[in-house]
Design a protein around this ligand. Structure first.
Ligand SMILES: Nc1nc2c([nH]c(=O)n2[C@H]2C[C@H](O)[C@@H](COP(=O)(O)OP(=O)(O)OP(=O)(O)O)O2)c(=O)[nH]1
Length: 323
């Protein structure tokens, strides 16, 4: 190393809370005078001490900064951001229950904002922008299963039922369509699915087994893990990008595409992967922690597993049957 060359940047581990009211409002705080980035808005939280877990640090920081006692929090996304002088590992956690009314105990201003709209405060720290974007992702991700022209009408009726009961993100994926994944008859079915999604203001992503042009007509592309290497050579398609992964190698490869989210599984036994051993929740949470973006759990998921999925770091659940 030549004289005067820079030393490695300090690596700071931070726990930051997405404090969410039941109506979706999110709490932001303004960095107080005297701190780096003073006046910028951020998620409440702070540095993790050596002997603390992420959730312990979060609870301590939120008590110190806001005077609240956290009663329910889950890990969400761990995201690494490089600033000019530091590298920050942000352990974003969702906080959905607490005691006390948050108030700035460090002279910081606070604001409840609607994360689905343009922010009424600003600017937010650069590393705080991704989680605000990710919060817009619905927590249920439904995969279609129309199967065949004969079963199309009943498949569409089932899809409409799921949309009517609140599903807001759909992946068009037909593995068994008898005429193949690019057939004209399937394109017609896809157009009907897209129209249904539009009617319910749900977004529709198209699986990469189907023609890329279909994804361009919809709201984004969902890549199979086997299509990740080829995706580097494709022109970037607009909209959301989701990627399916099953192990750490695939997860690393998917990261290079900087997707909006990943789908990881199968977590539990599922009829679509008979005889293949499931990942289980521990492996799921260890892998999800390294993804750097929201992760949906897939495989045996239903409302009965939703809380377990979130307590293992999932953004939400994905599936065909029970969503
Ligand atoms: N709390 C929080 N920190 C964030 C966010 N986004 C982001 O880049 N950071 C960065 C800014 C800082 O470099 C670091 C947090 O450090 P900090 O200085 O606030 O930590 P702290 O509360 O423990 O402060 P101190 O002990 O140094 O006074 O993480 C965010 O949304 N919330």
């Amino acid at each position: 190393m030549s004289e005067g060359s820079t030393h490695a940047k300090p690596y700071i581990r931070v726990a930051a809370g997405l404090i969410l009211k039941a109506d979706g409002q999110l709490l932001l705080g303004q960095r107080p005078v005297g701190k780096p980035w003073e006046g910028w808005w951020e998620l409440p939280g702070g540095k993790i001490e050596a002997d603390e877990t992420v959730l312990q640090a979060l609870a301590r920081e939120l008590h110190e900064e806001l005077g609240i006692a956290v009663t329910h929090s889950t890990r969400w996304v761990t995201y690494i951001h490089e600033y000019p002088k530091t590298i920050v590992e942000l352990n974003f956690c969702r906080v959905t229950a607490w005691e006390g009314e948050p108030h700035g105990r460090e002279n910081q201003a606070l604001a409840w904002v609607d994360p689905t709209q343009d922010l009424t405060v600003g600017p937010v720290l650069p590393a705080t922008e991704p989680p605000l974007r990710w919060l817009r992702l619905p927590d249920h991700y439904l995969l279609t299963q129309l199967r065949s022209p004969e079963q199309l009408a009943s498949g569409l009726a089932q899809l409409e039922q799921r949309l009517a009961s609140g599903v807001r993100m759909v992946q068009f994926r037909e593995r068994d369509w008898p005429e193949g994944p690019s057939a004209d008859s399937l394109y017609e079915a896809f157009c009907q699915v897209l129209a249904l999604c539009r009617r319910y203001q749900a977004c529709c992503l198209v699986n990469s087994r189907h023609p890329i042009e279909w994804a361009q007509q919809a709201d984004g592309l969902h890549l199979r893990s086997t299509d990740v290497p080829a995706a580097h050579t494709w022109a970037q398609s607009p909209g959301l990008l989701g990627v399916s992964v099953h192990n750490s190698g695939q997860l690393r490869a998917a990261q290079s595409l900087e997707p909006d989210f990943m789908v990881l599984g199968h977590v539990l036994e599922t009829p679509s992967h008979p005889g293949k051993p499931p990942l289980g929740w521990e492996a799921f949470s260890q892998l999800a922690e390294t993804a750097g973006c929201p992760v949906y759990a897939i495989g045996g998921q239903s409302d009965a597993t939703f809380a377990t999925a979130q307590s293992h770091g999932a953004h939400g659940i994905a599936g065909i049957r029970q969503l």
